[in-house]
Design a protein around this ligand. Structure first.
Ligand code: IYR
Length: 230
């Protein structure tokens, strides 16, 4: 027997789409080209300066991340912004323990080969040098004030989209970032005192690049390799 439709208790409220902007098509072309030209300058940086960054810049980048599309608008993310030197040191020390194990024991040769062009190793001094570590957690479920669980949908996909917005926002502001994924990342819950429904997603290192920063010579796939038009 077909399940009877259960009417949700909450009815939607609709408002006009008043913030949408249509651009004349030439302006649209120009904007698309300019955005690409700007975002393609973004590089993952591993040499950071310790120069301070205004907290307001980080706050607005996080507000931008918080506008990301996400499953059922549950906004299943939590950004823990770490600037305290002793917390940064503890994160570096714990990350380096995991990373040393990864590079020296756990990583299969194929993985190490794939990482070779990037020149990475287990040393993560940037975790102490950079002014901000934004530790991003994904909430598999939420909690109501009374402690009951609220189901989240597409939590990891949603957190990934928000993280993309955050990286783009920080780049737009003129900061460099590094997406760092120590593996496993459980130590982040312990150090940052996060509850068990929050899973570490990645550590986004943010700041100015060091004056003598270098980046690996790598390339991005051309459009023909990443897209198909049918
Ligand atoms: N987590 C390690 C290894 C690493 C893995 C991938 I996949 C990268 O794109 C880069 C590094 C590290 O941070 O060094």
């Amino acid at each position: 027997m077909a399940r009877e439709a259960i009417k949700p208790m909450i009815q939607p409220t609709f408002i006009p789409l008043s913030d949408y902007r249509e651009y004349p098509v030439e302006e649209m072309r120009r904007r698309a080209a300019e955005f690409y030209a700007d975002i393609r300058r973004r590089r993952t940086v591993r040499d950071f300066s310790d120069r301070p960054v205004p907290r307001e810049v980080i706050e607005n980048a996080l507000r931008a991340a918080g506008t990301a599309p996400n499953g059922a608008n549950m906004q299943p993310w939590r950004f823990v912004v770490v600037s305290d030197p002793s917390l940064k040191r503890r994160i570096r020390e714990a990350a380096e323990v995991e990373e040393k194990d990864f590079y020296e024991h756990k990583a299969p040769p194929e993985w190490l080969d794939a990482l070779a062009p990037l020149g990475t190793d287990w040393r993560k001094s940037f975790l102490e040098t950079a002014p901000y570590l934004i530790v991003i957690f994904s909430q598999g479920y939420g909690r109501l004030p009374d402690g009951r669980k609220v189901k989240h949908y597409y939590a990891l996909e949603s957190t990934g989209i928000a993280t993309g917005f955050l990286i783009a926002a920080l780049h737009h502001a003129g900061l460099a970032t590094l997406t760092h994924t120590p593996s496993p990342m459980g130590f982040l819950n312990a150090i940052l005192d996060r509850p068990s429904n929050e899973r570490p997603f990645l550590v986004l290192v943010a700041g100015y690049p060091a004056a003598d920063a270098t980046v690996p010579l790598i390339s991005k796939k051309p459009l023909e390799e990443i897209a198909v038009f049918l």
